[in-house]
Design a protein around this ligand. Structure first.
Ligand SMILES: Nc1ncnc2c1ncn2[C@@H]1O[C@H](COP(=O)(O)OP(=O)(O)OP(=O)(O)O)[C@@H](O)[C@H]1O
Ligand SMILES: O=P(O)(O)OC[C@@]1(O)O[C@H](CO)[C@@H](O)[C@@H]1O
Length: 303
């Protein structure tokens, strides 16, 4: 079974304002709310691609209830730890460019953290655990590292989609898959990447450090894939970007959906890119029909 773990889920409040003016009353042209948080996005996309999975993490308050309701409607099982404070609301302001304001999220007291760890302990060999999103500030900064240790002891494959120090300290744990974007890849090596050649250099270095599979996403410029056997590149399909929030999470879901169905690595990577772009071209997350349509336009090159 695939488990996703979102330590800090969110309700994503999408606000479209035609001509946003700071310090003035703005009227939204369009608003929408979606269950969010990176692991929850992975769960929702996996389900749309026909893959059963279970969502784990911390949830609380009326926003938490909204997320549970949405997952129930989409037939996605969850086993959240309930916390007393309210799950955050993240603002995604669309006015020309996309501006995001992500909330802090609820405080997670030690007994709740221990409860989640208990759930991770119950995973078994053959399971896959996707750790995605930021670590709430009330948890120890090495919380992911502890989860990875527990999961690896049970021979569970671990996928990591996070950034900053949380990602950096997980490299030595040799996860099964990570998906930094080009900025996050640079941050891992305390540098800024300027060219595709830089992405190749540092992507390969991650494999040398023991990460089994690495996807480096380059937004509209496509993505690289690295493992011990191959380096691959795929251009992103062309289209009108409606919402890039969750495009990276969708890539993780697309890769896992194809990989766990036994597809060769090239095909799993192509499916990953098609899934990311399908979300970028949709208002909410992608549909399987959109992914299948875009897959025809993804060409993978071996480097
Ligand atoms: N403008 C675009 N055109 C086509 N595809 C896109 C575009 N932006 C994103 N994508 C698709 O989504 C994938 C992931 O995008 P990106 O590199 O922005 O990930 P990310 O930074 O992790 O995203 P997020 O954090 O918003 O989920 C890309 O590899 C590509 O397949
Ligand atoms: O604050 P984090 O945990 O880093 O990111 C949270 C978030 O921005 O990531 C998802 C998109 O990837 C959104 O659904 C959500 O609002």
């Amino acid at each position: 079974m695939i488990y996703t773990c979102t330590l800090n889920p969110s309700v994503d409040y999408i606000v479209k304002v035609d001509d946003f003016r700071l310090g003035e009353l703005n009227r939204a042209a369009k608003t929408a709310v979606f269950p969010g948080g990176k692991g929850i996005n992975v769960s929702r996309v996996l389900k749309r691609l026909g893959m059963d999975n279970v969502a784990l993490g911390f949830i609380g308050g009326f926003t938490g209830a909204f997320i549970e309701q949405a997952l129930t409607q989409e037939n996605i099982p969850f086993d959240f730890v309930k916390v007393p404070e309210t799950t955050r609301i993240n603002i995604k302001l669309k006015s020309g460019k996309e501006t995001e304001i992500n909330g802090q999220g609820p405080t997670i007291a030690p007994p709740f953290a221990a409860e989640l760890m208990g759930k991770v302990q119950s995973l078994r060999q053959g399971d896959i655990l996707v750790l995605a999103g930021s670590i709430p500030s009330s948890l120890p900064s090495d919380f992911y590292r502890t989860i990875v240790q527990v999961a690896k002891e049970a021979n569970v494959k671990v996928v990591v989609d996070t950034s900053g120090p949380a990602l950096k300290q997980l490299i030595e744990a040799k996860p099964f898959l990570i998906k930094p974007n080009h900025k996050e890849l640079g941050e891992l090596f305390d540098t800024v990447l300027h060219a595709k050649a830089d992405a190749i250099l540092y992507g390969r270095r991650l494999v040398e450090l023991g990460v089994e599979n690495v996807i480096v996403s380059l937004a509209g410029d496509g993505a690289f894939f690295f493992n011990k056997e191959v380096t691959l590149f795929a251009e992103a399909p062309k289209g009108v970007v409606r919402n890039s929030v969750g495009a990276g999470d969708s890539m993780v879901a697309g890769f896992l959906a194809a990989y766990t169905q036994g597809k060769p690595i090239e095909e799993a990577f192509a499916y990953s890119v098609a899934t990311g772009s399908a979300t970028a071209f949709s208002d909410d997350l992608c549909t399987k029909a959109k992914v299948d349509e875009l897959l025809q336009h993804v060409k993978v090159t071996r480097l």
